[in-house]
Design a protein around this ligand. Structure first.
Ligand SMILES: C[S@@+](CC[C@H](N)C(=O)[O-])C[C@H]1O[C@@H](n2cnc3c(N)ncnc32)[C@H](O)[C@@H]1O
Length: 351
């Protein structure tokens, strides 16, 4: 494929041809280029116009690129790329994802980054309070606390776990109680869906107890930047430190149906699906993750109006910009997963 500008020009021509339903013109462009990303782009736009046969044909021509094979199969089975599947109602697909090389590396390196950071930037005192936003199954926050505590040996740990999913919270509380090594551990759970209306409620309760650390791991990317920024501002007076561990992806700013968004989703979820296949999992587990998290997330980003996208991963640069606007100082950024020489995930420390 030629340079980025050529690709963008071709994408615009593809969009125009599909807008005019000029399939002959579309074929001329696609046949002359034979580019898997452009086939995928055309396939998504065609499916959004309910031109399903043509979309399936494009996904087929994209071969094994990105997630095209899965888009083709989903479209053939459901007659649409829309998905309203509720991710995180059950913890099983996330538990499967934690068995992959990607998530194992993410978990290990995030834990290490937190242990290293807080041993150098020690939080003084014999007690520590931690707020974990979007706890999930609790494995990561338990590892992080054990890593920090192995050096500090706190006499008391106050942990507040927040998640919108009741099942995740139940699992997380039990996991943390059984696995955090501290005799005086107090755990409170809050089933809250974080959004502009609920921050107030959360903070009303806790404003008198500033937290030593607020941990947000693979969780606040579920908020668009219009909500990320007020959340970071709300958190400023109640904590000395925020830790943000996220994927270095860009699914927040690009518009729905844009070439950039379709390219990003193809590459990022393509990387996750590729890693899944290399992680020695059973076919059943692979299917559990793909149908329970991977594909529904990708489909929503690809097809929903922006404010209903659910996933708004954003880049290190954009997180830094939002943090600084909210009066946080970016103290350190540590890459946690590097795949094909690209930083796929990172941990950012704000103070
Ligand atoms: C990918 S898991 C991350 C789990 C864990 N922090 C980790 O890094 O392993 C994301 C969690 O965030 C929760 N979540 C998603 N959107 C949320 C929201 N708006 N408010 C509260 N929790 C949310 C989900 O229920 C899920 O348990």
């Amino acid at each position: 494929m030629g340079n980025r500008q050529t690709q963008l020009d071709l994408a615009q021509k593809i969009k125009d041809a599909i807008g005019l339903k000029n399939l002959q013109q579309l074929n001329l462009i696609l046949n002359s280029e034979k580019d898997s990303l452009l086939y995928t782009y055309a396939g998504v736009l065609l499916a959004n116009e309910s031109l399903n046969d043509e979309a399936v044909d494009c996904f087929k021509r994209a071969g094994n690129y990105g997630i095209s094979k899965h888009l083709k199969e989903y479209l053939q089975k459901n007659g649409t790329l829309n998905s309203d599947f509720n991710v995180f109602n059950s913890s099983e697909p996330y538990d499967v994802w934690m068995l992959t090389n990607f998530l194992k590396t993410y978990r290990e390196n995030t834990t290490k980054a937190c242990g290293d950071y807080f041993s150098k930037n020690s939080i003084l005192g014999k007690e520590i309070s931690i707020l974990d936003l979007g706890t999930g199954n609790g494995y990561l926050i338990a590892d992080i606390i054990n890593s920090i505590n192995s050096q500090a040996n706190y006499s008391k740990i106050d942990l507040v776990l927040v998640d919108k999913s009741e099942e995740m919270l139940l699992k997380a509380k039990s996991y943390c109680l059984n696995n955090i090594k501290c005799k005086n551990l107090s755990i409170t759970t809050e089933q809250i869906e974080l959004n502009l209306k609920t921050f107030g409620k959360l903070l009303e309760q806790y404003e008198k107890i500033p937290f030593d650390i607020v941990n947000c791991a693979l969780s606040i990317h579920h908020l668009p930047h219009e909500v990320k920024l007020p959340l970071l501002k709300f958190l400023r007076p109640i904590s000395e430190n925020i830790v943000i561990s996220e994927c270095n992806w860009s699914h927040d700013i690009p518009e729905t149906g844009s070439f950039e968004l379709i390219k990003n989703v193809s590459e990022n979820y393509g990387c996750i699906f590729d890693d899944l296949r290399k992680s020695c999992l059973s076919e059943k587990d692979i299917e559990c993750f793909i149908s329970g998290i991977g594909l529904p997330e990708a489909l929503k980003i690809l097809t929903k109006p922006r404010m209903e996208r659910i996933d708004y991963h954003t880049t290190i640069e954009h997180w830094s910009e939002l943090a600084e606007k909210a009066d946080w100082h970016v103290s350190k950024v540590v890459p946690t997963v590097i795949y094909n020489e690209k930083t796929e995930s990172f941990t950012m420390f704000l103070n």
